[in-house]
Ligand binder design. Structure first.
Ligand SMILES: *[C@@H]1O[C@H](CO)[C@@H](O)[C@H](O)[C@H]1NC(C)=O
Ligand SMILES: *[C@@H]1O[C@H](CO)[C@@H](O)[C@H](O)[C@H]1NC(C)=O
Length: 433
């Protein structure tokens, strides 16, 4: 697909040429792991294994939170606010840097803005809309008000307000606004590439389990208000990321690419359809089964008449991979039968398949994940994770809720989301390259 013309926003010559240059082919930004030294969450006093153990505990807490919320709630949302990756964007003129959680499971881009009715503490300065010369509020009759569906009209000023809630009762309420959003690219130019007139939320009432470190959320879902969809006019509706292995995150940075550069071609590319279903902010895939050393275990009901399509979501913000419990039990016994190694006591409750081993797990079985049309052959480190020095555990776990393909399983693959064809592509890669 050709990159759409950028002339529609060439209202300032400087912006125009910078954007046009960067948009040819696409644009790449750093995807910052929360435990990397560039992240505001980075704690230099922790060892890599302490970070690994915490990442597993976060993943378990997230899925547990889901279960305990279950009563009454219509299939509770995952708590979306403690994602594992961040992107550095700027908003406004002059640009203010925002270190936002990159979230494939939410639509709206938002940050906290004064005057606050209630803002949670954050380390970085707030984006002050009255200090930005390019900031505009959105009228409630405007199409831009309806890009996001949880909006209402402030009858006093006829301005557009939004309200978002996350699965764990965190929320943000604020004004739908537009301003220039800048992305600092990995290309040589130090200036962020500007995207004028982007719709985002200026939150004046925000509370819940937000962290003081992150200063907003950048939605990467297929919803019309997400960053990807809004950039779709400038870049084809296509993005991809390449996550470096967990224990390399302090040395190398993962990448997030938009536009035609995110197209995967060549040897090793596999493609599976993304399924549209509710809640629609997630990307759903169909998991048919998993092979352990060539023996395939199928997900019940994933093929044949009455097949359950879209039975798994893919998420970069969850560390472990969560399988339907009945499939998990079969996989766990096949994996433990294949590994001839002393079992170790797990440092984490309810997370039990662990071995006394450090570095590469010798004799780890080969594991292939079968999505419809796409067989993804995992590396040992996609499935085994050293969560404590000398203790390596299987990084898949059982759930009775919505299965999730997590980020450890995606490391050292290009994972490309094509929102025009509604397809997801994988290609093995060295993401530290
Ligand atoms: C974020 O981007 C701004 C502007 O491009 C830059 O000055 C800042 O150093 C970046 N921060 C990080 C942590 O990369
Ligand atoms: C939100 O909009 C209202 C109405 O225009 C305005 O009074 C208020 O200051 C705005 N708040 C923020 C944080 O922009």
């Amino acid at each position: 697909m050709a990159t759409p013309s950028v002339s529609s926003f060439c209202f300032v010559i400087l912006l125009c040429s910078a954007a046009a240059e960067a948009l040819e082919g696409g644009l790449s930004v750093e995807l910052i792991h929360r435990d990397s030294p560039k992240s505001p969450f980075y704690d230099p006093s922790e060892t890599p294994f302490q970070r690994a153990e915490k990442a597993v505990r976060r993943s378990i807490a997230r899925v547990r939170g889901l279960r305990s919320n279950d009563e009454g709630e219509p299939s509770a949302d995952i708590s979306r606010i403690d994602g594992e990756y961040l992107v550095n964007i700027t908003i406004g003129t002059p640009p203010v840097s925002i270190m936002a959680i990159a979230d494939t499971g939410s639509d709206l881009i938002w940050t906290q803005c004064p005057p606050c009715y209630a803002c949670f503490p954050q380390e970085a300065p707030l984006f002050n809309p009255s200090a930005s010369s390019t900031y505009k509020q959105v009228h409630c009759d405007s199409d831009k008000c309806h890009l996001f569906d949880k909006t209402s009209c402030n009858r006093e000023g006829f301005t557009c307000e939004y309200a978002v809630e996350y699965g764990d009762e965190s929320y943000s309420v604020g004004n739908i606004s537009t301003d220039i959003i800048g992305l600092s690219t990995l290309a040589a130019s130090p200036e962020p590439v500007p995207f004028p007139g982007m719709v985002f939320g200026c939150g004046f009432n925000n509370d819940g389990l937000f962290s003081i470190h992150a200063t907003g959320i950048v939605g990467l879902s297929a919803g019309p208000a997400s960053l990807v969809s809004q950039m779709g006019g400038y870049l084809s509706r296509l993005f991809a990321y390449c996550l470096v292995p967990f224990f390399s995150t302090s040395k190398y940075t993962s990448k997030l690419t938009f536009g035609s550069d995110a197209q995967l071609v060549g040897e090793g590319v596999v493609t599976t359809p993304m399924i549209l279903k509710s809640p629609r902010q997630y990307y759903y895939l169909t998991l048919e089964g998993i092979s352990i050393n060539g023996k395939k275990f199928e997900v019940s009901g994933s093929s044949g008449p009455g097949a359950v399509t879209g039975n798994m979501i893919i998420d970069s913000g969850t560390t472990l991979t969560w399988l339907p419990s009945n499939l998990y039990r079969q996989i766990e016994s096949a994996v433990s039968a294949a590994i001839n190694f002393p079992r170790a006591q797990s440092p984490i409750a309810d997370y039990s398949l662990c071995y006394e081993s450090s570095g590469e797990l010798k004799g780890a079985p080969s594991i292939t994940v079968h999505f419809t049309g796409a067989d993804v052959v995992l590396n040992w480190y996609n499935a085994f994770f050293e969560v404590k020095e000398g203790i390596t555990c299987f990084s898949f776990a059982p759930t009775d809720d919505r299965p999730i393909y997590g980020n450890l399983a995606q490391m050292n693959f290009w994972v490309s989301y094509d929102l025009t064809l509604y397809a997801l592509l994988f290609k093995p890669a060295d993401c530290a390259d």
